[in-house]
Write a protein that binds this ligand. Structure first.
Ligand SMILES: C[S@@+](CC[C@H](N)C(=O)[O-])C[C@H]1O[C@@H](n2cnc3c(N)ncnc32)[C@H](O)[C@@H]1O
Length: 212
C-alpha cells in the first residue's frame, strides 16, 4: 500500500472534524459507521503492525522521566478494541482506567476480551467527554485525532496528555507534532515534547499546574 496517506478517508474525516466543529454531528456519524464495520477485524488489522504500541510505551517513559508518580486515573480516548487500555492496565495495575470510543461495536469487542473487567469501557464522543473537569492524571490517544479543548478540561492541573501514532506520518489518522503542540498550548498545556520510536511518533504535554 502507498505510504502517502494524505488522502486516506480517515485522514480527511478527522481533519474536517478538527477544523470544523460545526460538522461534528456528520463526521461523528461517518466515523461510527466506518469503525463499527471495522470492529470485527480491527485486531487483525492492528496485528499487522506489531510495534504499534512502542510509541505509546516510549511516550510513557518520557513522562516518567519528569513525573515518576504512577497515574491513578487514566483515560484512553478512541480506544477502539482497547489496544492502549490493555497496555496501560498491565503497566499501571493500581490505576482506575476509563476507555471510550464513539463506535459501539469497537466497545463491545473490547469488553469481550479477557481481563476487560479491570477497565471501564463506554461509548462516548471525544469532543464531549462524560467526565467532570480535572479528573485524569493521564489521557492517552493512540492513532486518534486531538480533542484539545476537552483534553484541557478533563486533565487535572499537572496531569498529562499523550498522543502516539503507530506508523508516524503514514498512520491513516495522523496529526503532526507542531499541530498538536499549538492546539494543546491553546487548551492550557505547557510546551509539548515529541519523539520517534521505530516507525512511530509521539507527543506528550503537561497541563499547566496553575489552571484549576
Ligand atoms: C484509528 S482507530 C484507533 C483505535 C485504537 N486507539 C487503536 O490504536 O487500535 C480510531 C478510533 O477512534 C474512534 N473515534 C473516531 N471518532 C471519535 C470520536 N469523535 N470520539 C471517540 N472516538 C472516536 C474510532 O471509532 C476508532 O475506534
Amino acid at each position: 500500500m502507498s505510504a502517502d496517506r494524505r488522502f486516506h478517508p480517515f485522514r480527511l474525516l478527522t481533519r474536517l472534524e478538527v477544523a470544523l466543529p460545526v460538522a461534528r454531528p456528520l463526521t461523528r456519524r461517518l466515523a461510527r459507521r466506518r469503525f463499527d464495520a471495522l470492529a470485527p477485524t480491527w485486531d487483525r488489522i492492528r496485528g499487522g503492525h506489531p510495534d504499534s504500541t512502542l510509541a505509546l510505551e516510549a511516550a510513557l517513559h518520557a513522562i516518567r522521566a519528569v513525573d515518576p508518580r504512577p497515574p491513578r486515573r487514566i483515560l484512553d480516548v478512541g480506544t477502539g478494541t482497547g489496544q492502549a487500555a490493555f497496555v496501560l492496565r498491565d503497566l499501571f495495575p493500581d490505576a482506575e482506567i476509563d476507555a471510550i470510543d464513539t463506535a459501539p461495536a469497537m466497545i463491545e469487542t473490547a469488553r469481550a476480551k479477557p481481563g476487560a473487567d479491570g477497565i471501564r469501557f463506554a461509548v462516548a464522543d471525544g469532543a464531549h467527554l462524560p467526565f467532570p473537569d480535572a479528573t485524569f492524571d493521564l489521557v492517552v490517544l493512540l492513532c486518534v485525532q486531538p480533542f484539545a479543548t476537552e483534553l484541557g478540561r478533563v486533565v487535572r492541573p499537572g496531569g498529562w496528555v499523550l498522543f502516539a501514532y503507530a506508523m508516524g506520518p503514514t498512520t491513516p489518522i495522523y496529526f503532526a507534532p507542531g499541530t498538536l503542540a499549538s492546539a494543546l498550548r491553546r487548551a492550557g498545556f505547557e510546551p509539548a515534547t515529541h519523539g520517534r520510536t521505530g516507525p512511530g511518533e509521539w507527543t506528550v504535554a503537561r497541563r499547566a499546574p496553575g489552571r484549576a
